[in-house]
Each structure stands twice: as C-alpha cells, then as structure tokens.
Design a protein around this ligand. Structure first.
Ligand SMILES: [Zn+2]
Length: 311
C-alpha cells in the first residue's frame, strides 16, 4: 500500500471515530431532575433508558418541609429538564432554582389535571384550612387520583419530547404503556373497594393527603393535620378527630410513610381503634419496599385499606 493511501485510510478512520463519538454523545441520557420520588418514577417510566433522573426528595421523604442540599443545586445546574408537581407543593423550589443557576426547561406535571380545593371532601365541601372569602387554593396531592396520573405522564412525555426530539417515538410508546397500566389498575382498585360497605369507608391518616383518592373512589379520609405537614396538629384538632372517630365508628386509622407515626398511635390508643397499616402518601418506599413505583404504591395502599376496612 502506498503512503498516500495509508494517510487517506488514517484520515478516514479518524473521521469515523469522530462520528462514532458524536453518536455516543447523542445517546447519553438526558439529565432530568424530579422534585420527589413519585414524579421521579413517572419520569423513569416515560423516559426509559433515554433519561437519567435525579430525585430531590427521595423515598419516604416529606416534600412539604424539605430543605435542599448543595448536591441538589449541583444536580439542578446540570439538568436539562426539571419536573415539578406544582400546586404549591414544592414551596422551597423557586429559591433552589435561582441559587443553582438552572437553565433548563421546567415541566409542571399537574398542569391540566382535575384539581380540588384543600380539605374538600367527597361531598364537595371544604372542612378545613380554607377560611376566608378567597377561592381556596388547590390541594397539591393530585397524583392520588389515578386519572390524574395519566395527565402527569402526558405532560412528562411532552416535556421530554421538547428536550430530546429524537426520542419522540420512545416517549410516546412508554407514556401509552404507562396509561394502559394506570387504566388496568383503576379497574383493579374499583373492584377491590366494591366489597367495602359505605359505612365502613372512613379512614384517618396523619395529614390530609388522600382527598383526591377519597373523591375518586368514595372513601372519606379525615386527618388531624391539613394538606401540608408544615403545621403540627393542635390539641384541639386531635380532640376533634377523636370525637369523630367515636361518633362515626371509624374502623381503622393509618400511619403514613412520610409522617411521624406517634400522633396516630396515640389516637389509636385513646379510641381503641386499630392501626390499619402504613399508607404511602407523598413518597414511594425504597426499591425493596412495597411501594417502589407509583403503580405499586397505589396497589399497596388499596390492599392495606381493603384489609383493614373489610367487614
Ligand atoms: Zn402531603
């Protein structure tokens, strides 16, 4: 082989390597930050292998009272997309966004979801935390209604397509698969709850996180704490709940994975009502736990409720 051919071959090889490295770069996962574990799971379900998700408030964490860390600011600075719940859930986020120098896109997952007011029960009236003449703010826990989870996933899909257009087909297919799984679970939930008589569909939890679930599936949830865990329940709130448990013959009280169990344990002792188990309200469990994904969380919560409420 002549020297000129050798050089041409080497140049061709170098060009090939450059093209290869560009295509490897293009396949690097899109860095996405999700504010809390439930959203992070939805981003993973829709994003699949095309995304690398960093979760700010991790498993069993309480996003209402979260304090961001320097590592959170670093992750956010590198991210191309930030996915939030919105509805005032992440009160600490605006400051973190500013301090991190984040330049990516922001997706509010709850946009277009069916919302209800704070403390609004299944009869459509507000029973706490909505005093004053102003229209009460929305309850942020919209993910507890399975129908809303499909809205969340569609918003996440659209945001991922905007951040990474080459992944459009993959994101659309993943979001459709997730929506189908949500529909199947919705049917499962309705069937499981069908056997619980109306007078036993009353549940106490620590904070008011299940208003959406309650309205979607016809279960009344009462809580000594409001829709946020920021303010602790007063002695008066606790006394009111205890009176209501006795008057309404509430069958069980439930601990939440994100709140201190002692208040509910005390209420259980004072009323003689048993603890029905742990419900996952604002966060998933760790990967080995019973609520490692959003769908597993809903399934676990319903199984726990049915086991405690069945006559
Ligand atoms: Zn909450």
């Amino acid at each position: 082989m002549r020297r000129r051919d050798l050089l041409a071959g080497a140049a061709g090889l170098a060009a090939g390597l450059a093209a290869l490295s560009a295509s490897v770069r293009a396949q690097e996962p899109v860095p996405v930050v999700a504010s809390f574990s439930i959203l992070a799971d939805m981003v993973r379900q829709v994003g699949g292998e095309r995304v690398a998700v960093t979760t700010l408030v991790g498993p069993n964490g309480d996003a209402h009272v979260y304090q961001p860390t320097p590592a959170d600011a670093k992750a956010l600075a590198r991210a191309r997309l930030l996915v939030l719940n919105g509805l005032g859930f992440e009160g600490w986020m605006a400051r973190l966004q500013r301090s991190s120098g984040f330049k990516g896109a922001v997706a509010i997952a709850s946009t277009g979801a069916t919302t209800q007011a704070r403390g609004e029960d299944d009869h459509g009236h507000a029973h706490s935390g909505s005093g004053g003449r102003a229209r009460p703010a929305a309850d942020p826990h919209a993910w507890q209604n399975l129908a809303n989870a499909k809205v969340y996933a569609a918003n996440i899909r659209d945001a991922l397509v905007a951040a990474d257009p080459e992944g459009r087909a993959a994101y659309a297919a993943n979001a459709a698969r997730f929506a189908a799984a949500v529909d199947a679970l919705d049917a499962e939930v309705r069937a499981a709850l069908a056997g619980i008589p109306a007078e036993r569909r009353k549940v106490i939890t620590t904070h008011d996180a299940f208003g959406y679930f309650g309205r979607a599936y016809g279960v009344t949830f009462l809580a000594p704490e409001s829709v946020s865990t920021e303010a602790e329940a007063s002695a008066r709130d606790v006394a009111a709940i205890i009176r209501q448990i006795r008057a309404d013959k509430v069958p069980a009280v439930f601990i939440e994975n994100v709140t201190d169990p002692r208040l509910l344990e005390q209420i259980g002792r004072e009323t003689g009502v048993r603890i029905g188990g742990t419900l996952f309200s604002d966060a998933l469990s760790g990967p080995e736990g019973p609520a490692a994904t959003y769908l597993d969380m809903v399934r676990h919560n319903v199984r726990t409720l049915v086991a405690a409420l069945a006559p």
